[in-house]
Design a binder for this molecule. Structure first.
Ligand SMILES: Nc1ncnc2c1ncn2[C@@H]1O[C@H](COP(=O)(O)OP(=O)(O)OP(=O)(O)O)[C@@H](O)[C@H]1O
Ligand SMILES: [Mg+2]
Length: 121
């Protein structure tokens, strides 16, 4: 049976990225994509005072970290991300988990699990 592959997308503040990256590499994550994004959650942004004038900013800068895994347990990634990123303040972020249908390593044509593991060393 083919191994299930999952994508974990973590949307959060930039500040703790380095700590998150180090901890994810420690558990065997083999790749990730970081994207600068803008977003809002349930508060739909924040009120700011700009030169005494109240302005509502709907979208705030965040980062999105996408990690696709097959052998590394998704729950371990969720546990690490929660531990590193949770301050208890609004805007800590969200984690979205989805299934991945296919992965192809372009250099070799390897697919799926073989395309996710290190085949060089
Ligand atoms: N339902 C959603 N769909 C897509 N992206 C979302 C959704 N909710 C949050 N996000 C993304 O996650 C980022 C962080 O969300 P945020 O932590 O504010 O979620 P929240 O549900 O409002 O929780 P909190 O009440 O702790 O602020 C947002 O800026 C947005 O990019
Ligand atoms: Mg929010």
């Amino acid at each position: 049976m083919a191994t299930k592959m999952s994508k974990v997308s973590i949307i959060t503040r930039r500040e703790k990225f380095e700590e998150l990256r180090i901890k994810l590499f420690e558990i065997g994550v083999e790749g990730m994509t970081l994207t600068e994004v803008e977003g809002c959650g349930v508060q739909k942004g924040i009120d700011l005072l700009i030169r005494g004038v109240k302005k509502h900013i709907y979208l705030l800068p965040k980062i999105k970290v996408d990690i696709v895994v097959s052998t590394v347990p998704v729950q371990d990634i969720i546990d690490i991300a929660t531990k590193v990123l949770q301050t208890g303040e609004i805007g800590d972020g969200k984690i979205f988990v989805s299934e991945i249908k296919e992965v192809i390593r372009i250099r070799t044509g390897e697919r799926n699990e073989a395309a996710l593991i290190n085949s060089i060393d």
